[in-house]
Design a protein around this ligand. Structure first.
Ligand SMILES: Cc1cc2nc3c(=O)[nH]c(=O)nc-3n(C[C@@H](O)[C@@H](O)[C@H](O)COP(=O)(O)OP(=O)(O)OC[C@H]3O[C@@H](n4cnc5c(N)ncnc54)[C@H](O)[C@@H]3O)c2cc1C
Length: 292
């Protein structure tokens, strides 16, 4: 393994100063569950590591104005245990429980997950259906809708001298139901073969998003438009699947074939929409239950 210089910074300004000096030769380190594996596998070889874990104002989960803020250093375990998440966005609790195992979740951050930008990242479908935005700081401050953040496998819109400060999720004033289902090869620490999140609000606005079935996580906008304003029933579930599948472009890899992913995407979508709709109506499964 190539050696690197390690900096532990205590402020965002210090991190930004180092990033502007070292650019592409530097890598930000949060929980390290993705970056350390990549360094070990020699997929990346940074000359400089900027450890941001000491930046206190990147920690926490709080309501600010009309949105919930999740700081860049917030781990999946912290999300799972936060009462405010269970109260306002229980679907994020549900999705976080599907990430890896307790040991990994104790270190892995939600923001590190989106910055890794692997197609199978479990947090993205849920953040997409909640219309989250990404707070970015560099030469200027940016607030980017999560739908515009991913550019391709392991590629985001982040510039080399930018850092993500946190995630904003707009507070929902309507009653709604939502769900995340992940299909893996086995129960436990495995990446998704298919992941689907759905959201239904009381005025029958629907949102649908997938991971692991396209180069980036994707929304199924045509399927959402088709469902808008309609009470969900078995016929509608059958009709919406082909529309939703047009939004995805799965490949075959070690985890699943393209055909299996296409088929199971439809099966999971129906199950997820039904769970979200039933939750909206007050008779769905409890959040956190694995529906696979
Ligand atoms: C055994 C194992 C099982 C796993 N299973 C799953 C799974 O089931 N589902 C899943 O989705 N993921 C899984 N993962 C990956 C998951 O742990 C990571 O994606 C994690 O969430 C990344 O967060 P981190 O804090 O560890 O980031 P790091 O590894 O520290 O960083 C990841 C990337 O993001 C960048 N970065 C981090 N923070 C910032 C920031 N604030 N601003 C800009 N760039 C930043 C880093 O430079 C790096 O490129 C697994 C990993 C392991 C090791």
């Amino acid at each position: 393994m190539k050696t690197f210089e390690y900096f532990k910074v205590a402020s965002v300004d210090e991190a930004l100063r180092l990033l502007s000096m070292y650019g592409n030769k530097a890598k930000i380190l949060a929980g390290g569950t993705d970056l350390v594996v990549m360094i070990d596998d020699e997929m990346v070889a940074p000359d400089y590591i900027i450890d941001i874990k000491g930046i206190n104002n990147l920690k926490g989960i709080e309501i600010r104005d009309n949105y919930l803020w999740i700081g860049a250093l917030t781990t999946f375990s912290e999300i799972i245990h936060a009462e405010i998440i269970k109260e306002k966005f229980p679907v994020l609790f549900e999705a976080s429980k599907r990430v890896a195992s307790v040991g990994v979740r104790n270190r892995a951050t939600l923001v590190g997950n989106i910055c890794s930008a692997v197609p199978s990242l479990d947090s993205a479908p849920t953040l997409l259906v909640l219309n989250a935005s990404v707070e970015i700081k560099g030469k200027e401050d940016k607030l980017v809708p999560i739908a515009d953040f991913f550019k391709g496998p392991r590629k985001t819109i982040l510039e080399k001298d930018e850092i993500v400060l946190g995630i904003r999720i707009p507070l929902e004033t309507r009653k709604y139901g939502a769900n995340y289902i992940k299909l893996g090869r086995y129960e436990g620490e495995d990446l998704a073969q298919v992941g689907v999140a759905t959201f239904v609000a009381e005025d029958l606005e629907y949102r649908i998003a997938f991971c692991a079935v396209a180069p980036t996580p994707v929304r199924a906008l045509d399927a959402e438009a088709f469902l808008k304003g309609k009470e969900l029933n078995t016929n509608l579930l059958d009709e919406v699947v082909p529309l939703a599948l047009k939004a995805i472009a799965p490949i075959s890899d070690v985890r699943a074939s393209k055909e299996y992913r296409l088929h199971t995407s439809g099966v999971l979508l129906k199950r997820s929409l039904k769970a979200s709709f039933d939750r909206l109506k007050g008779n769905g499964p409890s959040y956190g239950i694995n529906l696979v």
